[in-house]
Design a protein around this ligand. Structure first.
Ligand SMILES: CC(C)[C@H](C(=O)O)[C@@H](O)C(=O)O
Ligand code: SF4
Length: 419
């Protein structure tokens, strides 16, 4: 029977010819990622010690300190220290610190190849589907099982096909495509489903933008998000010397739970209003919203393409008086490329504060949390109550272009008014 790309990826991981949505499989994990959210990790470490167990294949494991770097206090420093020392004690050589949010580091450092099954202890692990892998976030107990056995059981998700065709209008970015999708499906509408993105809009999308799409698949509840490999994928891999892996595509006639079709040409700059990621509306229709902080960063909206777009809009402009524009490049590599190309200088000349590559402000733990009554427009992926600091603060999610335009006026602003 014909299969979807997600079914093919899991058939490979299960060593089977064919699997279909709803089946339970036992799969071999190609790569495992852990970040520095210590609490659950201590549990993993303690249980492994109790079991006298070793990591099944340290070469396949990547550990990244990203949420608490640079540490803002002793507690965070202890978490990073524990993570670093645990990696070393368990022979995990792929350990990164100060490299940036885990997901950007994973794809940049060649820790994911097309065709692979990759699991990680962070919910946005689904991001690697942009490289044609099956990747998904798992809990600490599941990760304990993976570290010891190298295997995991999975229920094969049924697929929802999300087709966008046409060219994105000026001022519209992948984040707007993601928000349109989530606003349509709902924050739990794709629970335990695969979101398969296809159509001419994605075929023309640069990898930085594709990564934003699959990163946000979990914000619709999805198990994974995936975009089939093509020449753009292969060029991204070649540039980084990443193994080409195995490219899969969905069969004609494969079975989809749902088929959603959109015209990219109808898209306008969108935002997700407090306090849900699916509370989506056009920025032009939101009304007058004053902001205090604008944030460009994270594994969702801090890549080279994002900072370059923001710098293009901000060139020769200044942010509004009293506004904070914080920019955290999504990785050390992004930072260096943006610095080399003058993008950081342009952003800084407009009044931006350039921060370390880190999760920091995205989840309100350091480097830019907001206070009570403050409003932040953010290129990140979550805006639930308290996400970026005070539970009395408001977060609007938008594209980096919309964030930059809003920083200039001090109000939620449609970037098309400035392009
Ligand atoms: C803290 C971490 C486990 C969490 C996640 O899993 O996504 C964080 O990265 C986030 O973005 O909320
Ligand atoms: S969503 Fe934010 S907190 Fe979570 S991994 Fe990405 S940058 Fe870090």
């Amino acid at each position: 029977m014909p299969m979807t790309i997600s079914e093919k990826l899991l058939a490979r991981a299960a060593g089977k010819q064919e699997v279909h949505g709803g089946e339970i499989i036992q799969a071999k994990v190609d790569k495992a990622m852990m970040d520095d959210i210590l609490g659950p990790r201590i549990e993993i470490a303690e249980k492994m010690e109790l079991l006298g167990a070793k990591v099944w294949d340290p070469e396949r494991v990547t550990i990244i300190s990203d949420h608490y770097t640079p540490p803002a206090n002793a507690t965070q420093a202890e978490i990073v220290k524990f993570t670093r020392e645990w990696a070393c004690a368990n022979g995990v050589e792929h350990y990164y610190e100060f490299a940036g949010p885990c997901h950007q580091v994973m794809v940049e450092k060649g820790r994911v190849s097309p065709g692979e099954l990759v699991v990680g202890t962070d919910s946005h692990t689904c991001m690697y589907g942009a490289l044609g892998a099956f990747s998904t976030g798992i809990g600490s107990t599941e990760m304990l099982g993976v570290l010891v056995t190298g295997e995991i059981w999975l229920k094969v998700p049924q697929s929802i096909r999300v087709r966008f065709d046409g060219t994105l209008p000026e001022g519209v970015m992948a984040k707007d495509v993601a928000l349109r999708t989530i606003g349509t499906v709902g924050h739990s509408g794709a629970t335990y489903r695969a979101l398969e993105f296809c159509g001419t809009t994605f075929e023309a999308m640069p990898m930085d933008e594709r990564l934003c799409m699959t990163n946000m698949a979990v914000e619709a509840g999805a198990k994974n998000g995936v975009i089939a490999c093509d020449e753009i994928t292969r060029a991204y891999l070649r540039e980084r010397g990443i193994p080409e892996g195995e490219a899969f595509r969905s069969d004609p006639g494969a079975d989809y739970l749902e088929d959603l079709s959109f015209s990219a040409g109808e898209l306008a700059p969108l935002c997700a209003c407090p306090h849900e990621v699916d509370n989506v509306t056009e920025i032009a229709n939101v009304g007058d919203v004053a902001i205090h902080q604008a944030y460009i960063g994270s594994c969702t909206g801090g890549r080279y393409h994002d900072l370059k777009a923001a710098a293009r809009l901000l060139k020769g402009k200044k942010i509004a008086k009293g506004i904070r524009l914080l920019v955290s490049p999504a990785s050390r590599e992004v930072w260096e490329a943006c610095d080399r190309d003058g993008i950081l200088t342009t952003l800084s000349e407009a009044g931006a504060t350039i921060l370390a590559s880190s999760c920091g402000a995205c989840l309100g733990v350091h480097s830019g949390a907001i206070g009570a009554g403050e409003v932040c427009v953010s290129a990140t992926n979550r805006n639930f109550i308290g996400r970026m600091g005070s539970k009395y603060g408001d977060v609007y999610l938008a594209s980096p272009l919309s964030v930059a335009a809003s920083a200039v006026t001090g109000r939620l602003t449609d970037p098309r008014t400035m392009l």
